[in-house]
Design a protein around this ligand. Sequence first.
Ligand SMILES: [Cu+2]
Length: 129
Amino acid sequence: MHLTRSVTLTIFATALMSILAPSGDAASQTTEPRIVEVVVRRFAFEPATIDAVEGERLRVLVRSADGPHGFEIKRFKVSKEIPRGTEPVTIEFTASEVGTFPILCSLFCGDGHNDMKGALVVSARSARR
Ligand SMILES: [Cu+2]
């Protein structure tokens, strides 16, 4: 009985350590998305241009500085409402294609709505070409 318990404890401790121990290998293999912060306001995106490298994973934190807006990049099937308030909306996607892709406000927000133009500029990974 006592032996069984100590074996169980050992297994448990080993499992726990493998969870808690910082594993350098796992960390280096996982590609963390690059964080880009964007503020949407009447009637602009700031910054207006997001630069990325082909294949790069992006985590865009979009926050509204005034009322509700939208954040849309059609090519990458990104379309989110950005409510009023201080909490950013998190949008993750992979910039899988080279080119310049318009960023639009997908929610009518006033007279200057159609002037809201941003761009995602994805450049080729130089090492591959
Ligand atoms: Cu807008």
